[in-house]
Design a protein. Structure first.
Length: 311
């Protein structure tokens, strides 16, 4: 076990360690801790990983080998320039290809000048983003837009639950379904349809009165003079539906990233514990399902319209 602290962080608080820090190392796996942090926990923070392939010293050994391989590749040794490792899924493939044959991530080396891209959004690859899951493992599961989501995972693991996600705000049901959070997708889809139906009595009343909604100025004037005919209940119900829809969208926008981080971490832990083919299950349970996202987007609108026809 090396006592070199360069690039290492405390297994408890994840702060980077320096030579002047009072540091202790786990006697089993060598994981570094601030002495105060270790005393507070009472044992190695990564104790749950002892005896597994994700034990700290084993992970460090793999990382050292990968760095050595990368150094050889960059120096051109052993035909390094003819092979390249995908920064997303870690597939090794022919450097002449424009993209990774496994996950389609662009091969930046074939362009004029090598332009590296940080798929982890500045988060160290070996950082624990929750339940012993590393940022690199989370990247392989998330697969799409990882430079945005991995820092959110790290923040969520540090206790920050609130952030902002425009997609989760604008289209909650399609976003959840697209990210394969099926339960949340179904629940938000049902709520979206139900709340949309709150406006049906008001819309029917407007239609029956022949109000021209295409002309907003004329429509406003006609509505103002027809309030008594429309009735208070349809107006209040429509306003309530709009308000609750906005509340739902805000909640999804604020807590969507946190929900996704917890979902992903739990799925990754499940795959690591039970899967015989991690790459296959990462692709199956992670990534994005564009078809489901489209179904959620158009399905909620169509279902609300169909139900409204019978009300």
């Amino acid at each position: 076990m090396s006592l070199n602290l360069k690039g290492k962080s405390c297994a408890v608080c994840h702060a980077y360690l320096f030579e002047e820090d009072d540091v202790v190392f786990c006697p089993v796996c060598g994981a570094p801790h601030h002495r105060e942090c270790y005393s507070k926990v009472g044992h190695c923070a990564l104790e749950a990983l002892h005896g597994t392939d994700e034990q700290y010293d084993k992970v460090m050994e793999r990382k050292a080998r990968e760095e050595q391989d990368k150094a050889q590749e960059n120096s051109g040794e052993q035909g390094g320039y003819n092979r390249v490792k995908c920064p997303m899924c870690e597939e090794i493939y022919d450097n002449s290809l424009n993209s990774c044959p496994k996950c389609s991530t662009p091969n930046f080396r074939v362009s004029d000048g090598f332009a590296p891209f940080d798929f982890l959004g500045g988060v160290p690859a070996d950082m624990d983003v929750g339940k012993g899951v590393t940022a690199n493992e989370a990247k392989r599961f998330v697969l799409s837009n990882t430079q945005r989501y991995i820092p959110k995972f790290a923040a969520a693991n540090a206790g920050k639950k609130a952030s902002w996600n425009w997609m989760a705000f604008l289209v909650p049901c399609p976003w959840f379904l697209g990210r394969k959070m099926y339960l949340y997708g179904i629940l938000t889809g049902i709520l979206t349809v139900v709340l949309a139906l709150f406006s049906v009595p008001f819309n029917n009343a407007v239609y029956s009165l022949g109000i021209d909604t295409a002309n907003s100025v004329a429509a406003a004037s006609q509505l103002a003079s027809s309030i008594s005919q429309i009735g208070t209940a349809p107006i209040v119900l429509s306003a309530l539906g709009g308000f609750l829809s906005l509340v739902l969208m805000l909640l999804c926008g604020i807590f969507g990233d946190y929900i996704y981080s917890r979902h992903s971490i739990n799925k990754i832990v499940e795959i690591k514990e039970n899967s015989e083919d991690k790459d296959r299950d990462f692709a199956k349970k992670g990534g994005v399902n564009v078809l489901l996202a489209a179904l959620g987007l158009f399905g909620t609108d169509m279902l609300a319209s169909i139900i409204a026809m019978f009300l």
